[in-house]
Design a protein around this ligand. Sequence first.
Ligand code: SIN
Length: 339
Amino acid sequence: MPSPKIVILGTGGTIAGQAEASTQGVGYRAGQIRVEGLIAAVPDLPQIAAGRTGATLDAVQLAQIDSKDMDWQVWRSLLQALAAALDDAQIQALVVTHGTDTLEETAWLLQSVLQPRKPVVLTCAMRPATSLQADGPQNLRDAVAVAASGVAGVWVAAAGEVHAAQQVLKAHPYRLNALRSYEGGPCAFVEEGRVRWLSTPQTQQPWPAVQITQLLQRDELPWVEVLQSGALQSARAVQALVAAGVQGVVVAGTGNATVHEDLLQALLQARSQGVKVWCTTRCLEGPAVGGGDLLSGLASIDGISAVLRPGAGANELDTVLLPPSKARVAMMLALAVCS
Ligand code: SIN
């Protein structure tokens, strides 16, 4: 019986970044160092991977980008590679090195589509690999420890914390602990190579294989934009987007997902013209709260496990209980599987 494997997939990011000087923490180039180089920077990574099962490490360079430039091609190859690896009995767990900037979206995409029965652990860094303060090696070590722990789901390991895909957000542009869970705290801490779990979110059914195949055959995802409601908000952005053919709009509403009346009227008009419109809150913590029975409203919509309260808001818009960045991904997927 061949030994189990933990596969590390490299996609770029600051964790693979290089600067001209070791004192330089901004203005570097992300996505320069190959995944084999990241592994070599952690001397005991093979021992951490071996854990209780004796797993060995494999490395695959899937992409080499700054994650601000994330596109469907990279997402599609990541979904393809992970779907194949999840079906491979020899592969025990997966680690993905990624930039911090769009990590919250990638994590949610992977969780929504794959609902993995193995650990899929994303990790990242806030300082380039060349920095005096490089946090990538420790984050990678922690990610492999989470992978070896065997707890199924999509996780993000960074700064000694483990966040669930639905919860993780980038909350600071510079600090080493830039990521956080937008409601509650981390699911686990990694301490000296040991993972101390506090909670694990409920798992959902994975998408049927045929739906994943359909998604992967697409050349692009549907066009969805996020608009924010605020003081002096006008209807013009919605009107311009509709005229240009937008397929969906997520509005990041004020407070408890309320929307400026001028913007709301334009959104209702857009919806009557076939544009999908969801509302969420622009508040930094927690989803919008509605009247009625919240639990009975928790649902998957169009096959997507985004929690959504249909038409529950005072504004008549469907309210999605996700932050705007993740709501946008959920809507792209919802439109992709319906069109
Ligand atoms: C990126 O997102 O690829 C660059 C920034 C980072 O990783 O922190």
